[in-house]
Design a protein around this ligand. Structure first.
Ligand SMILES: *[C@@H]1O[C@H](CO)[C@@H](O)[C@H](O)[C@H]1NC(C)=O
Ligand SMILES: *[C@@H]1O[C@H](CO)[C@@H](O)[C@H](O)[C@H]1NC(C)=O
Ligand SMILES: [Ca+2]
Ligand SMILES: [Ca+2]
Length: 526
């Protein structure tokens, strides 16, 4: 506590001394750079050349020069400029109307030398804070620069690897192209063969289908005749191989009007109104009339329908039929399971391919697969080649330091919006509300857009979604040095033209100015 007071007192003493010294050296409010114009041994010439006055009229609190240059240390002239030296911090120019206005403007209190305001010299405090800020900036700069160096090394490596890979790919694409052409020729030949084989196969299937249908009709007829023969045998009571109408009259199922008697006409009806029929005529005509009635089960003696009632064996008029398993229509070409492998061929799944067709289809399938495999490899290699070519053609900065930002996206959220920035790709914006999906494109990467002497300090994105009744949106991204990559601000300074501020190690090339350097810029010597 005590030592702090002491040091404060010491600082005050020192600054007072300096103030006194400087006041002796030049009139109050005059910057060092203009000291030579204020020589107490000569008359004073107004700096704008508007007149010459005795030196005692300088800072006499009366305005003599039009430009106010005779009153740098008072508020007498409306246009005057007062210069604070601010030892320990940065010098400052203020309008001279603020001199002795009761408000402390200069940190060294020099603007209030004759006022009731109680100003405290806090230049040292400000100077210290500025210095600390500077040290912090320096740490950021060197940290960022290290990262930038890494970016550059990585980029160099990636470019070399990409170039080597590109060479490799060029060779590979050439090889694959040759192979692809070869496989394509094989595939085409196999496909032609397959097409022919499938056409043949289809023709055969159609042929077989027709044959099959004919056989089915034939089979039905044969069965019908057999049923007729069986019924004939059953009804021919006296076994004279002639069916007489009287023989039908004992079967009540032929009673059509339901009076319990089978009349002559009712019986004859089944014989086409004839008295009798032999087997052959019955099979052709009579059975067709009788069939619906014959199987009616009206009496105990009713004959159940049976395909297998046979005539006496060996009698040619009552042929016996063997019923072996139906011959397989496709017998000769049979293969256990049909395996149509090509849906495009629309094969009949009930009919298996013959071995030769099957083999041709398999060969074609293999040829197609092999071609597809090589083709896919070829396409992949080509697209990889394109990607690498694009990469190598992109301007990633003087030392390719921006390559590190490729493939990365950054977000920035303010109260209203969530902004995204994908360097070398695009920018977008969407509502910052939870779950919002409506993304608006703010533009796609176009070019570097910094000033001519600092081209890589900004990036331009154009061709975003058009504003309502307005131009397409665009973004200018301004880069500044930082230890990490992040958006520090996003705004829309003019309609549809957005601005992002982005910190990145990629631009940490020049150290920040030190407070001393800043002073030098203002041509001050302290
Ligand atoms: C300070 O101001 C008073 C009144 O405004 C004036 O009379 C006096 O001369 C001034 N002193 C200096 C040193 O300018
Ligand atoms: C922007 O680029 C990124 C990265 O390439 C991509 O994933 C995204 O879909 C793009 N967005 C728009 C709106 O084009
Ligand atoms: Ca004057
Ligand atoms: Ca003031």
């Amino acid at each position: 506590m005590g030592s702090q007071l002491l040091s404060t007192a010491l600082i005050l003493a020192v600054s007072i001394t300096i103030c006194k010294t400087t006041e002796v050296l030049r009139p109050h409010g005059v910057p060092l750079s203009k000291k030579i114009f204020y020589d107490p041994s000569k008359d004073f010439s107004c700096l704008d050349g508007s007149g010459t006055i005795p030196f005692r009229l300088v800072n006499d609190d009366y305005c003599d020069c039009k430009d106010g240059s005779d009153e740098p240390g008072t508020s007498a002239c409306p246009e005057g400029i007062f210069h604070c030296i601010n030892i320990g911090f940065q010098p400052q120019d203020i309008p001279s109307s603020r001199v002795n206005d009761g408000i402390c403007d200069c940190c060294d209190t020099s603007d209030e030398y004759n006022s009731t305001a109680e100003c405290k010299n806090d230049c040292d405090k400000l100077g210290k804070a500025a210095h600390e800020a500077y040290l912090y900036q320096q740490r950021v700069f060197y940290g960022g620069k290290n990262i930038r160096d890494t970016y550059i090394r990585n980029a160099k490596k990636e470019i070399e690897e990409s170039q080597a890979r590109l060479e490799q790919l060029r060779q590979k694409v050439a090889d694959l192209e040759a192979m692809k052409n070869e496989k394509e020729a094989l595939k085409k030949a196999a496909e032609v063969k397959e097409k022919v084989a499938l056409a043949n196969y289809k023709a055969k299937v159609d042929r077989n289908k027709r044959k099959h249908n004919e056989q089915e009709i034939h089979e039905a007829e044969r069965e019908d005749r057999e049923q007729a023969a069986s019924a004939f045998l059953d009804l021919d009571a006296n076994e004279d191989e002639i069916l007489h109408y009287s023989e039908l009259q004992s079967h009540i199922k032929f009673d059509q009007n339901g009076d319990g008697v089978v009349s002559d006409d009712e019986a004859k009806f089944f014989l086409h109104m004839k008295d009798e029929m032999d087997l052959n005529e019955f099979q052709t005509i009579g059975w067709q009339i009788m069939k619906p009635y014959y199987f009616i089960d009206k009496e105990t003696t009713t004959v159940k329908p049976s395909r297998y009632r046979r005539g006496p064996r060996g009698d040619p008029r009552f042929p016996t039929y063997d019923y072996p398993d139906l011959p397989d229509e496709m017998g000769e070409d049979q293969v256990e399971t049909p395996k149509p492998t090509e849906p495009a061929a629309t094969p009949d799944p009930s009919v298996p391919y013959d071995d030769e067709t099957k083999q041709i289809i398999d060969v074609a399938k293999l040829a197609k697969e092999e071609f597809a495999k090589i083709d896919a490899e070829y396409q992949n290699a080509q697209s990889e080649m394109k990607q690498i070519e694009t990469l190598l053609q992109t301007d990633f900065g003087p030392d390719n330091e921006f390559m590190a930002l490729r493939k990365r996206c950054f977000e920035f959220r303010d109260r209203q919006y969530l902004y995204t920035f994908c360097p070398f790709q695009n920018c977008s914006q969407k509502s910052s509300e939870e779950g919002a999906t409506n993304e608006v494109s703010l533009g796609n990467w176009v070019r570097w857009s910094g000033p001519d002497d600092d081209k890589y300090s900004a990036m331009k994105f154009e061709g975003g979604q058009s504003c309502w009744n307005g131009p397409a949106r665009s973004v200018q991204v301004y880069f500044s040095c930082g230890e990490t990559n992040h958006i520090t601000g996003a705004s829309e300074p003019s309609r549809c033209e957005y601005r992002y501020d982005f910190e990145t190690p990629a631009v940490c090339t020049k150290p920040f100015e030190s407070p001393d350097e800043k002073r030098k810029d203002k041509h001050e010597e302290l």
